[in-house]
Design a protein. Sequence first.
Length: 206
Amino acid sequence: MNFQWYPGHMTKAKRQMQEDIKLIDLVIELVDARIPLSSRNPDIDELGKNKYRLILMNKADLADRERTREWSAFFKEKGFFVVSLDARSKSGMKSITDIVMEACKEKIERDRKRGIKNRPVRAMVVGIPNVGKSTFINSYAGKACAKTGNKPGVTKGKQWIRLNKSVELLDTPGILWPKFEDQSVGLRLALIGSIKDEILNVDELA
Ligand SMILES: Nc1nc2c(ncn2[C@@H]2O[C@H](COP(=O)(O)OP(=O)(O)OP(=O)(O)O)[C@@H](O)[C@H]2O)c(=O)[nH]1
Ligand SMILES: [Mg+2]
C-alpha cells in the first residue's frame, strides 16, 4: 500500500493558518501519544517557529503510560512545554491554563510593562486529522463549541473560541503534509485514523 492524503482543503487550511499565525502567541500542537513522532506534522514546526510552543500528548489513555512519560521528557528537553492528556475528560483541564500562562509569561510581562492590561493569550490549536483538537477545545471550554467526530476531516474551517478573559483559542482543520518520506509513518497514521478510510485498503491494513 502507498500512503498519501493531501487533499485541497489541507492546502487551503495551511494557507489560512499561515495568515492567522500572525495573531497568535502560542501554538498548541496535539500529537497522538501512541505515535508521538509520526503524528507530528513537519510543516507545523515551520509555522510555529518564533512562537511559544505547547505539545499535548493526547489519547494518552490508549498509550503505554511509561512510554508517554519518556516521550514527554524527550519533548521537554527540546524546549517544548508538554502535557499528556485524555481530551475527553475534563479533569486535566485546570492545569492547562497554568501551563499556557507559564509558556507565555514573557509576553504577559511585556504587556504589563507597556501598560497593556487584560490582553488575552491567543493560542492556535493544531495537529494532524482526528488527533482530538476539537475534543480538547470542548473539554477546555467546558462546553461543546467545536464539532467533533470519529473520523479525519471533521473540522472544515477555522473557528475562534473565547474561553475566558485570559485565553482565546483558534480551532483549525487537521492537516497532513504533501509526502510521507517514510511510508511506515503513513502506515501508522492510517492505523490511528488520520487518513480517510475511503482511500485505504482497510482489510490489508487490518
Ligand atoms: N480515547 C480517546 N479518544 C479521544 C481523545 N480525544 C479525542 N478522542 C476521540 O477522537 C476522535 C476525533 O476527535 P476530534 O476532536 O474530532 O479530532 P480533531 O483533531 O478535531 O479532528 P479533525 O477536525 O478531523 O482534524 C473523536 O471520536 C474523539 O472522541 C482521547 O484523549 N482519548
Ligand atoms: Mg476538529
